[in-house]
Design a protein around this ligand. Structure first.
Ligand SMILES: [Zn+2]
Length: 835
């Protein structure tokens, strides 16, 4: 029986009796690519496929975005494989030695291909292509795809970043007329700040696979690790004038990448080329997109045994159509066709070689266990008693990395902080990570001190070694460590005295700052000590927080501090008397009260959306302290009257270029305001005469020599550029931890440096809190021209101006939110300086 529904003049025919699988065009009512499909319609289409072809397509919602949109994974298989899909999945984990039971896997198993679409929200052709691809795979009249599914299971994530995608699509829809305008200058091709590339908090989800600081990544990696596909494709778009890019990838390849992983990339690329050649479509391979930084959608799978690839279609901000440099109009229809073609071709070539693909996957994991690569076979991370340790183990847990606690024993190994081999004692509570585990290659990549780089022209940072990221002392050991335990060592419980004179929290990690933030929000008066003190047998370092009965009268402070300590996982200490055994008593002027800052964070055009997003996300979801996001104009017009802290993310700020506004801002600081400036904001303040001065690095090597280096060869132009490039490497800073900006740290800090900007030491007018001296390079790529200049300079500074301060961070202390050890520096700047 057929029912007829008349809807706004469109006649829809709905079958009531038998399954009616519709193509995207039939379902949506337009040819894919002629209109944008909002995310909820993409969801509905996949629901339609799951409903009409349940024996071939299973749909699960694996999570939800910050804005409440569903994250979906479609499993596509032959009817027979689908009836057995759980066993196939478990067997695949067995092939990767990643099940608990250690049962022998069946090596005659289907290959698994995972296609990830639209991780960058404004690279919109890919989610449209996902619908076409899914349809053709389950289309019963497509005999080729039905054949492929006999030995290949395909997983499709139609949209990794629905919030970003809809941000773009919704905006685009509001600015087009009845006819689209293909002129590149038209408003519809000029996407406004912050753009749809990033997620809700303006994080680049294609930099977040390993760190999983974002909800989308956390949910996705959970399900990804229950599958571990053999082939993974991340679909992207690039500038509108670029031809299509597919595998094989460019150098540098990380050294753990196997010959098979390289070989199959080439085979896949050649299969795509057949289709592209036939159509006359332009493409390139082996350039630009490298396999190194471990947190991408191609490298993360690669370090987990897959052939991990990025495909790039030209088209960012092209909308439905744009004129490119060749004079052609590039349409969304074309872009979708290209991504559809490579997606299908990937499944085809994998199916053609499924047995080999599975066998090589099995070999990958056998080799990882039997002969793990690299100098070190295990690492011991010293437990310093701070939350840096639990943050590291939480990262390991999120990635299902196997780790354990050390037993008391002596070893020798390379000390990451000194760079020297020495003997050391492991103690209960220290963390041990052995390399002979399924995640071995991934662990090696995360922990190695210096990643071997086959070519230095990389796309991203080149250093991320975990001990520096977390600021944890670590040793690389050349053999496996067997004396370990999974049981958490019993840490001594510290009793809380209900009649204490005060309660103290040590200032040693982000949790301490979270405690402070929560206490200030509750209106508690909190003090901090500017000098160490001792009470009974407990020592407290500079920066320790005190909640005293004095100044908190009328409050049940025991109940409140206990509650906050539990919420923020902070250790509470009871202090019996204000008369301390060593150090200053609590009534001393060396024990300062912390005034709750009222914080403004600027957002808008010319500010790095990623830099802004990191700060916003940090305040909103980690520190949980109020921050008001506003425009620069609104801050100047109104904000100055009510806010006392101004945070300037990496970016360019007009008010520094206008003398009158620049002077107003200085006057605001002198009245008691505080500016916390990051990266390029610091460089701008140097130019706007704030007292900090840019340093011209001098190259000691070239003194007194003829400088033939100016005679550049044209063909070397890219190499020459590299000499001055600094994609992100680690330098050791000497830290003045007697200044409140350095509280909670030893006298050093490892900074991720991403540019060559250096500043002169302050002489009398400021504090040199973080400085780079000679030979402080630690890890990563720094161009041969730039590296010798990186010495004797200021990178973290504090400047008193009248009753206010300016805090300068030349490098980003919370980069991508994974640079854990810098977060407390930011909190020091916010809460402790200038009190
Ligand atoms: Zn992209």
């Amino acid at each position: 029986m057929r029912r007829l529904i008349c809807l706004a003049g469109v006649l829809l025919v709905v079958s009531g009796t038998h399954a009616q699988l519709k193509s995207p065009e039939a379902f949506l009512g337009y040819k894919v690519g002629t209109h944008y499909t909002p995310h909820y319609r993409i969801v509905q289409y996949f629901q339609h496929l799951a409903k009409e072809a349940p024996q071939q397509l299973k749909l699960e919602q694996y999570g939800e975005t910050n804005e409440g949109r569903p994250l979906l994974l479609a499993t596509i298989a032959s009817t027979q494989n689908m009836s057995n899909i759980e066993a196939i999945r478990t067997n695949n984990l067995r092939l990767a030695n990643s099940t608990r039971d250690k049962a022998a896997p069946n090596e005659n198993a289907p290959a698994i291909v995972w296609l990830s679409y639209n991780v960058h929200g404004n690279e919109t052709s890919s989610s449209e292509a996902a619908m076409l691809t899914a349809y053709e795979l389950v289309n019963p009249s497509n005999s080729r795809s039905q054949q492929w599914l006999q030995n290949t299971v395909v997983l499709i994530d139609p949209c990794l970043n629905p919030d970003g995608r809809d941000r773009y699509v919704n905006w685009y829809t509001t600015v087009i007329g009845q006819t689209i305008n293909p002129e590149p200058i038209a408003r519809e091709h000029r996407e406004p700040w912050p753009g749809g590339r990033s997620n809700h908090y303006n994080f680049d989800l294609n930099r977040d696979w390993a760190w999983q600081t974002q909800k989308e990544s956390q949910h996705r990696l959970k399900v990804y690790n229950t599958w571990l596909p053999q082939v993974h494709v991340d679909f992207h778009e690039q500038g509108v004038n670029e031809p299509y890019y597919f595998a094989p990838a460019a150098e540098p390849f990380h050294e753990v990448i196997t010959p098979w992983q390289r070989e199959f990339q080439t085979m896949i690329g050649k299969n795509h080329a057949r289709y592209f050649d036939k159509e006359g479509w332009l493409y390139f391979t082996k350039e630009r997109f490298d396999l190194f930084y471990p947190s991408y959608g191609d490298t993360y799978p690669t370090y987990h045994g897959a052939i991990g690839m990025t495909y790039e279609q030209g088209g960012i901000r092209a909308g439905l159509g744009i004129i490119n440099e060749d004079g052609d109009t590039l349409t969304l229809v074309d872009r979708v066709q290209h991504h559809f073609t490579t997606g299908i071709s990937t499944v085809e070539i994998t199916s053609q070689h499924a047995a080999r693909v599975v066998k090589e996957f099995r070999n990958y994991f056998t080799n990882v266990l039997a002969k793990p690569a690299g100098e070190f076979k295990s690492w011991v991370i010293k437990n310093d008693g701070t939350d840096r340790v639990s943050r590291l183990t939480s990262l390991l847990d999120k990635n299902l990395v196997d780790w354990s606690y050390a037993s008391s024993a002596s070893y020798s190994g390379l000390n990451y902080f000194t760079g020297k081999s020495e003997s050391f004692k492991a103690e209960p509570g220290d963390i041990v990570i052995n390399l002979n585990q399924p995640k071995g290659n991934f662990v090696k990549v995360l922990f190695e001190r210096n990643s071997a780089i086959t070519d230095s022209a990389t796309y991203d940072i080149t250093a991320w070694s975990m001990p520096y990221v977390y600021g944890l002392k670590a040793y690389g050991v050349t053999n496996f460590i067997t004396a370990t335990t999974k049981t958490t060592p019993a840490f001594k419980d510290i009793a809380v005295d209900p009649n204490a004179y005060a309660y103290a929290i040590k200032w040693d990690g982000l949790n301490s700052a979270k405690f402070l933030a929560a206490a200030l929000k509750k209106g508690l008066k909190v003090r901090f000590t500017q000098q160490p003190f001792q009470s009974g047998n407990q020592n407290f370092e500079k920066g320790s927080l005190l909640v005293t009965k004095a100044a908190n009268s009328g409050k049940d402070i025991l109940k409140e501090v206990q509650q906050i300590a539990a919420e923020t996982q902070s250790q509470l200490y009871s202090i019996p008397s204000g008369f301390v055994d060593k150090g200053y008593d609590f009534g001393s002027s060396n024990v300062r009260i912390i005034n709750a800052p009222k914080v403004a964070l600027l957002a808008g055009e010319n500010i790095s959306s990623l830099g802004f997003g990191e700060l916003w996300h940090f305040f909103d979801t980690q520190l949980k302290y109020p921050v008001t996001v506003m425009s620069a104009n609104d801050f100047i017009r109104e904000g100055m009257n009510t806010y006392d802290v101004l945070i300037l993310a990496d970016g360019s700020y007009d008010f520094f270029n206008k003398k009158e506004l620049n002077d107003d801002l200085k006057a605001w600081v002198r009245r008691g305001g505080k500016i916390i400036a990051l990266e390029n904001a610091v460089a701008q303040m140097a130019r706007a005469d704030w007292g900090i001065k840019m340093k011209d690095g001098e190259d000691k090597k070239s003194e007194g020599k003829s400088d033939y280096s100016v005679l550049r060869k044209f063909e070397n132009r890219e190499r020459d550029w590299l000499k001055n490039s600094m994609p992100g490497s680690i330098f050791r800073l000497e830290l003045d931890n007697t200044h409140p900006l350095g509280f909670g740290y030893p006298d050093y800090y490892y900074s991720l440096k991403q540019d060559g900007n250096l500043y002169e030491f302050f002489k009398e007018d400021g504090w040199n809190v973080g400085v780079i001296k000679r030979d402080n390079y630690v890890s990563g790529f720094a161009g041969s021209d730039i590296r010798p200049k990186l010495n004797d300079a200021l990178l973290i500074g504090a400047q008193d101006m009248g009753r206010g301060q300016v805090i300068y961070f030349a490098d980003n202390p919370i980069f991508r939110s994974f640079w854990e050890n810098g977060k407390l520096l930011l909190c020091n700047a916010l809460f402790l300086t200038g009190q």
